[in-house]
Design a protein around this ligand. Structure first.
Ligand SMILES: [Cu+2]
Length: 165
């Protein structure tokens, strides 16, 4: 908060000086200095697919460090061109998935994409994913910039479940 306040004062002073000397140049410099990394992404992973399946999901945590809202509008990946944001919902006792055109990460909030809730759905996956590999996803936002995150590839099948008792 204190830092923000100093920046506000500093930018006002610079804006004032700038308006006297070289308005356009000063404005550019100020914009760059005030551009913070608004979103923080952590814990990103994508699940392997059972043989023959071409759909999977990725999960991650997005924190908004900014004082204004951010909308995630789309995601891109080297793995496929078709990626959607989904939300799970209970409808008449059944779990349904609903596509979200965008995902709001409100100012100061953290949104967790996790199984049974928000998830990033990858379609038309032509190549299998190998447990332990790494890939990446890039999230595009309205006014908060683009963010690339490394995705750990994790197997859906846990070794324990393969034991027969
Ligand atoms: Cu889904």
């Amino acid at each position: 908060m204190k830092q923000f306040f100093i920046l506000v004062i500093l930018s006002s002073v610079m804006a004032l000086v700038g308006s006297l000397i070289a308005p356009r140049l000063m404005a550019q410099v100020i914009d760059e200095k005030l551009q913070p990394a608004s979103l923080m992404i952590s814990g990103a992973y994508i699940r392997t697919m059972p043989p023959g399946q071409k759909v999977t999901a990725a999960f991650l945590t997005v924190s908004n460090m900014e004082e204004s809202d951010c909308q995630i509008l789309s995601a891109t990946s080297p793995l496929t061109k078709r990626i959607e944001f989904h939300q799970h919902q209970h409808v008449d006792g059944l779990m349904r998935m609903r596509q979200m055109k965008s995902v709001l990460i409100a100012a100061g909030e953290t949104v967790v994409f996790k199984p049974g809730a928000f998830h990033i759905m990858f379609f038309n996956m032509d190549n299998p994913l190998m447990d332990g590999d790494k890939t990446e996803v890039t999230l595009q936002t309205d006014e908060c910039g683009d963010y690339s995150a490394e995705l750990d590839v994790r197997s859906l099948v846990k070794p324990k479940m393969m034991d027969h008792h």
